[in-house]
Design a protein around this ligand. Structure first.
Ligand SMILES: Nc1ncnc2c1ncn2[C@@H]1O[C@H](COP(=O)(O)OP(=O)(O)OP(=O)(O)O)[C@@H](O)[C@H]1O
Length: 257
C-alpha cells in the first residue's frame, strides 16, 4: 500500500521556483534515499513533505490524507522531520530533548509520563546514547547531538520519517549503525522513510529506493534491488562524473576515478 504520494510538487522561496514536477510514491516499509548535488533541492523537497514549506503547486498525501489540510500538531503525528541542523540553543538535558518527540501527543497542560521517559530511554539506547541521559545537550559533540536528534525523531513515532543528512557529523561506525537502525525501524514497523545522503554507497547499502534530484527536477528513481552494474554506471556518471562501479560479494560500490 502507498504510504506517501507526492504529486506534481512545485515549490520555492519568494519568487524563485527551486523544485518542479516532482512525482513519486512510497510503499510502507520502504526506505528511500534522496541524492543529488549541493543545491539540487533535496532539503526543499523534504521541507515540502514535512509541511514546513507550502508548495506553489501539488499535493502530498500520507495514508490518504492531504498533509496541508492537517493542523501542525496533527501533522506531526504523521510526519517527523529531522533537519540538517538542530535549533537547540539553551541548556537542556538530553532526555528532555528526546521527550520533545512526544509533544504532538500531549495536551497543552500535559507533561511527559513515566512511560514516556522509559520510551525516551529506549530510543537513546537504540543509538547507544543512554548513558548521556542527564547530560547537557549543548555540551555534547556534533555527532553525539545528531544521535540524540535521531532519537527524538524516532520518539515522534510518525508514519513518515524524514531525515536530512542524519549522518553528516557521524563517524564511519556510527554512520552504519544509524542507517541500519533507521532501516530496521522503517521495515519492521512499516513506516515510510526518506533520507537525504551524499554518499551513494550508503544509499545502495541501506535504502530500498533511490531518487536523484538534478537542478530541482526528478532526474531518476529506481529500486536498489536487482539493479546491474551498467545501469548504476550510467546513472551515477551523469551525476558524479568520472566514476566506476565495482562488485564486492553481492554489493555494488561506486568509486570516483
Ligand atoms: N530559505 C531559502 N531562501 C531562498 N533560497 C533558498 C532557501 N533555502 C534554499 N534556497 C535555495 O534553494 C536551492 C536548493 O537548496 P536546497 O537546500 O534545497 O538544496 P540541497 O539539495 O538540500 O543542497 P545541499 O546538498 O547543499 O544541502 C539552493 O539554490 C538554495 O540557494
Amino acid at each position: 500500500m502507498d504510504i506517501l504520494q507526492v504529486e506534481n510538487i512545485k515549490a520555492g522561496y519568494g519568487n524563485s521556483v527551486i523544485i518542479n514536477d516532482i512525482n513519486f510514491s512510497m510503499r510502507e516499509g520502504e526506505l528511500t534515499a534522496l541524492l543529488g548535488l549541493n543545491g539540487a533541492g533535496k532539503t526543499t523537497l523534504l521541507k515540502v513533505i514535512s509541511g514546513l514549506l507550502k508548495p506553489i503547486d501539488g499535493k502530498c498525501i500520507v495514508n490518504g490524507r492531504d498533509i496541508y489540510e492537517l493542523q501542525e500538531k496533527e501533522r506531526a503525528k504523521h510526519i517527523s522531520y529531522m533537519p540538517q541542523r538542530n535549533s537547540i540553543i539553551y541548556d537542556t538535558q538530553v532526555i528532555d530533548v528526546v521527550l520533545m518527540g512526544i509533544t504532538p501527543y500531549l495536551g497543552v497542560f500535559d507533561s511527559p509520563t513515566k512511560a514516556h521517559r522509559a520510551l525516551a530511554y529506549e530510543m537513546l539506547k537504540l543509538v547507544g546514547m543512554e548513558y548521556y541521559l542527564n547530560e547537557n545537550f549543548l555540551h555534547l559533540s556534533e555527532g553525539q547531538k545528531q544521535l540524540i536528534i535521531i532519537s527524538r525523531s524516532l520518539m515522534q513515532n510518525a508514519e513518515i520519517m524524514l531525515f536530512d543528512e542524519p549522518d553528516s557529523a557521524l563517524d564511519f561506525k556510527n554512520k552504519h549503525m544509524v542507517l541500519s537502525k533507521i532501516k530496521e525501524v522503517v521495515t519492521k514497523e512499516k513506516r515510510g522513510g526518506i533520507i537525504t545522503l551524499h554518499d551513494p554507497n550508503f544509499a545502495l547499502s541501506y535504502c530500498d529506493r533511490i531518487i536523484i534530484l538534478e537542478q530541482g527536477k526528478l532526474f531518476t528513481q529506481f529500486k536498489t534491488k536487482g539493479v546491474d552494474k551498467d545501469f548504476l554506471c550510467e546513472v551515477f556518471m551523469n551525476i558524479y562524473g568520472n566514476i566506476d562501479v565495482i562488485k564486492h560479494k553481492n554489493k555494488y560500490i561506486i568509486v570516483r576515478l
